[in-house]
Design a protein around this ligand. Sequence first.
Ligand SMILES: C[S@@+](CC[C@H](N)C(=O)[O-])C[C@H]1O[C@@H](n2cnc3c(N)ncnc32)[C@H](O)[C@@H]1O
Length: 293
Amino acid sequence: MYDFANMLHDRWDILTNVNKLIPLNEDKYKLYLGDCLEIVQKFDENTFDCIFADPPYLLSNNGFTCHSGKRISVNKGKWDISKGAEKDFEFHREWLKECKRVLKPTGTIWISGTYHSIYLCGSLLQLLGFKILNDICWYKPNAPPNISCRYFTSSHEMLIWAKKDKKVKHYFNYKLMKSGTWVEDKLKKPEMQMRSVWSITSPKKKEKELGKHPTQKPMDLLKRIILASTKEGDLVLDPFCGSSTTGIAAYLLNRRFVGIDKERKYIDLSIKRFKELQNSRDSKDLLQQASLL
Ligand SMILES: C[S@@+](CC[C@H](N)C(=O)[O-])C[C@H]1O[C@@H](n2cnc3c(N)ncnc32)[C@H](O)[C@@H]1O
């Protein structure tokens, strides 16, 4: 069922020059190194069945947080520095506008974020004419404590799920969401409708074995999103792919994937993660490890 033989090393397209972009074809995955604001513009309109976007939170302004009991900087990298609310709003408008253009009329988009970005994106979705389907609260039962003791401990992120065209029917795998096996989620009751609060721990240690991304999403989260909103063979775009959690979940679930990131080190990490799939002799074991069975 899963065509690992197709994942030959020389099929990776890592393009530093957007002028060399090649048209989308039947490959199961493609990675682009560069700015998504420029790269998405090159894609044809109505191309993707689904988009998962985890844009920079724009929160790296020298604050502190707690990690493994230690006080550490919140700074994630230059790519995460806020330029002020108005410029941040414009940045989100630009990528969202292009994502809407390349989404199929039947397509849906997921955006994840904290309060630093998610409300800006939510307003823009409405201004750009998307129809919001749900907002999902991703509750993290193992969130680290707050070291300042002057705020509530942040233990969730928000996701917005929206469709491009109000009048067109979108895909939702209602049955699987209701009756599937969701052992990772202590809030999901068997055979009851999937609700909008999902309890999923941050990425497991094994998901970070090949390298770390500072805002890496858990496989369990992306597995659920891909299964809920796409069918086998669908084409999924992640314009801020980071370590390609979306791509790994999409690939394992037999969807096609296009990922973009402007940092070479994260594209390299993505390649390592995909290569591990290629090298895995027992894909069934891998799927089990990733809780995808
Ligand atoms: C929140 S992280 C995504 C993490 C990802 N979901 C994962 O599971 O690893 C955002 C990513 O967007 C990238 N990025 C920031 N601005 C970008 C831009 N304009 N174009 C492409 N990538 C960008 C950063 O390098 C970073 O890896």
